[in-house]
Design a protein around this ligand. Structure first.
Ligand SMILES: Nc1ncnc2c1ncn2[C@@H]1O[C@H](COP(=O)(O)OP(=O)(O)OP(=O)(O)O)[C@@H](O)[C@H]1O
Ligand SMILES: [Mg+2]
Length: 266
C-alpha cells in the first residue's frame, strides 16, 4: 500500500510519539516501522499485546541480517511484533552503531515497504540530517511528513531540509492547544512561499505523550494528542487513497470524546 515517512530536521519534536499515535488510529491496516538510524524507542516504551516486554532483538536488525537474500512481505512480518492494542511494529535498532552496517538496507527496505500488499507503513526515520543514507528510504515514500515544534527557529531549519529532500513534503506542527489555530496560521504564513504539500497540526499534550510511553489506557483515547492524531491520520490516508500528497489539517482539537479507542485495533 503506501509508505509514509515521518521525520524531523532537528531536535526531538516528538516524531516517535506522533508515529505511535498515528499508528494507533490509522484508518487502514498499518505497520509502524522504527527506521531511526539512531535507534528505536518503542521496545522500552510499550508492552507487547500479551503484556510481556517487546523483544528489542527482533525487528530491523534481525531483518537486516537476512534481507540480502531479498526483501518481501512475509520476511518483513517474520520480524514484526504486536503492541498491546494490536498495532504491528518493526522494532528499531538498539543503538546507532548498528546503522553503520545497514547503509545498504534503506533503499531496498523503502521499496519493500512501499510495495507491501497488506498494510500502509508508517516509517519513523528520526532526524534526517544525522544519517544521510536514510535518504534512500525517504526517496521511496508516497508521503514525507516533517514534524516541528511551533517555534521560529525550528521552522526556519526546515527550509534548508526541504531543499535537501528535493520533493514536496507535509509539515506537521506540534502546537500548544491554547494557541493551536494561531500557531498553525503563523507557520502557514512563514512557509507560504515554500513548496510544501500541506501544513497540519498535532496537539502538544504532555499527558497524552506520557500515556504513549507507558501502558495504553482509556484516557489516552480522550487525549488531545490522539484526537488530533486521528484527524491527521484520516486526512493523510484519504489523500494517499486519492493518490495525492496530503491535505490541509487546519481544524483545532475537536471537543468531545473520540469515537475509537486505540486498544480496539487488530
Ligand atoms: N505531542 C507531544 N506533546 C507533548 N510532549 C511530547 C509530544 N510528543 C513528544 N513529546 C515528548 O517529547 C519527548 C520526545 O518525544 P519523542 O521521543 O517522541 O521525540 P522524537 O522526535 O522521536 O525524538 P528522538 O529524535 O530522540 O527520537 C518525550 O519526552 C515525549 O514524551
Ligand atoms: Mg524518535
Amino acid at each position: 500500500m503506501a509508505l509514509i515517512v515521518l521525520a524531523a530536521d532537528k531536535g526531538a519534536p516528538g516524531v516517535t510519539t506522533a508515529a505511535t499515535a498515528l499508528g494507533a488510529v490509522w484508518p487502514r491496516a498499518v505497520l509502524l516501522a522504527e527506521c531511526d538510524p539512531s535507534g528505536g524507542d518503542l521496545a522500552y516504551r510499550l508492552p507487547a499485546d500479551d503484556g510481556s516486554v517487546l523483544n528489542p532483538g527482533r525487528g530491523l536488525l534481525s531483518l537486516g541480517a537476512v534481507a540480502r537474500r531479498g526483501l518481501h512481505a512475509e520476511l518483513i512480518y517474520e520480524h514484526t511484533q504486536r503492541l498491546v492494542g494490536g498495532l504491528d511494529v518493526l522494532a528499531g535498532l538498539t543503538n546507532g552503531e548498528q546503522a553503520a552496517g545497514l547503509t545498504w538496507l534503506w533503499g531496498p527496505l523503502g521499496r519493500a515497504f512501499a510495495a507491501l500488499p497488506q498494510a500502509d507503513v508508517l516509517a519513523d526515520c528520526g532526524r534526517l540530517g544525522l544519517h544521510p543514507q536514510i535518504g534512500d528510504l525517504v526517496a521511496e515514500a508516497d508521503q514525507v511528513v516533517l514534524f516541528t515544534r511551533a517555534s521560529l527557529d525550528h521552522v526556519a531549519h526546515l527550509r534548508e531540509r526541504l531543499s535537501l529532500i528535493g520533493r514536496k513534503v507535509g509539515i506537521v506542527v506540534i502546537a500548544d492547544p491554547r494557541s493551536y489555530r494561531s500557531s498553525l496560521e503563523e507557520i502557514r504564513r512563514i512557509v507560504s512561499g515554500w513548496d510544501v504539500a500541506f501544513v497540519g497540526g498535532l496537539a502538544y499534550d504532555p499527558k497524552g505523550a506520557e500515556l504513549l510511553r507507558g501502558r495504553w489506557g482509556g484516557r489516552l483515547d480522550r487525549s488531545l494528542l490522539i484526537r488530533t492524531a486521528r484527524e491527521l491520520a484520516t486526512r493523510l490516508a484519504a489523500q494517499l487513497a486519492e493518490g495525492g500528497e496530503g491535505g490541509e489539517t487546519a481544524a483545532p482539537p475537536a471537543a468531545g470524546r473520540a469515537k475509537r479507542r486505540p486498544e480496539v485495533r487488530s
